[in-house]
Design a protein around this ligand. Structure first.
Ligand SMILES: Nc1nc2c(ncn2[C@@H]2O[C@H](COP(=O)(O)OP(=O)(O)OP(=O)(O)O)[C@@H](O)[C@H]2O)c(=O)[nH]1
Ligand SMILES: [Mg+2]
Length: 247
């Protein structure tokens, strides 16, 4: 268990044993937290020596990114992918707000898609606004437990509302002043999907700080490095970070 250094001993997705509290309406006490199959954690933004468990017992994690309003950096995506690899959660990258992309952003998308697909990640281009690519996302979510994360304002809650309108999650415009999201979703919450599966909406993150990964270990969480690590001659022949330098 992570009860020593994590800011939240119980996380969304945890399986627990509860005991109803007598003389209360719906309150119960958690008696036991069962072992986690996996989880995603990140550095606590407030206490740098502690970590925060974003969610547990996941089948997959979706990183919602965009090139516009607000831009997602490659470093942010990579740190999220490393955390997913480290804790054995398959990750998918979804670029939203395609309706706002011009030629420059579309070219960049093609470049990044090729780069991430070459190392085994699924990459989708969608627009919640134009209802584009939504069926593919639904197929991806069916009968799975999925964590959805990304910066504030990228459209995580909007995506869930279009998939399942009864959810009626609160959404809010990206601030015209800062160009950033306004942290509309404030806590992680899990919902049952009508077509089978569960989805966890989370508050937007400014940064995704990695925890508990040593320098020596880090390369193991880059799929393109793993194959080179087992073959030293290839490591020398080509810089291992080459596949991820597209900007
Ligand atoms: N143009 C455009 N705007 C979108 C799209 N998807 C979402 N938005 C807008 O982006 C803004 C932010 O959306 P939210 O769903 O609140 O974003 P979020 O990722 O849940 O943000 P936090 O809860 O703060 O983490 C809203 O004004 C949405 O209407 C899209 O495909 N295209
Ligand atoms: Mg939200």
């Amino acid at each position: 268990m992570d009860d020593i250094t994590s800011t939240n001993p119980v996380a969304v997705g945890d399986e627990v044993e509860i005991e109803p509290e007598p003389d209360t309406d719906n309150s119960a006490m958690i008696n036991e937290i069962f072992d986690r199959r996996n989880y995603i954690n990140r550095q606590s933004p407030r206490f740098l020596h502690q970590h925060h468990i974003v969610a547990a017992n996941l089948d997959q994690s979706l990183m919602v990114a965009t090139f516009k309003e607000p831009k997602t950096s490659q470093g942010f995506i990579d740190r999220f992918l490393v955390a997913s690899e480290a804790y054995h959660v398959p990750a998918v990258i979804i670029f939203n707000k395609a309706d706002l992309y011009k030629t420059k952003e579309l070219e960049k998308f093609q470049l990044w898609k090729a780069m991430y697909e070459a190392i085994g990640y699924k990459v989708l281009l969608i627009s919640v606004m134009d209802n584009m690519g939504i069926d593919e996302v639904k197929t991806l979510l069916t009968n799975k437990t999925t964590l959805i994360s990304g910066h504030s304002g990228v459209g995580k809650s909007s995506l869930l509302n279009v998939i399942f309108p009864e959810m009626k999650l609160k959404t809010q415009d990206v601030s015209g002043w800062s160009g950033k999201g306004q942290h509309t979703t404030t806590f992680a919450e899990m919902f049952d999907l009508p077509f089978g599966g569960k989805i966890i909406d989370t508050p937007g993150m400014r940064e995704f700080g990695l925890v508990d990964i040593s320098k020596q270990e880090l390369s193991h969480y880059f799929p393109e490095m793993r194959s080179r690590l087992s073959d030293p001659s290839r490591t020398r022949a080509r810089a291992p970070w080459a596949p991820r330098c597209a900007r």
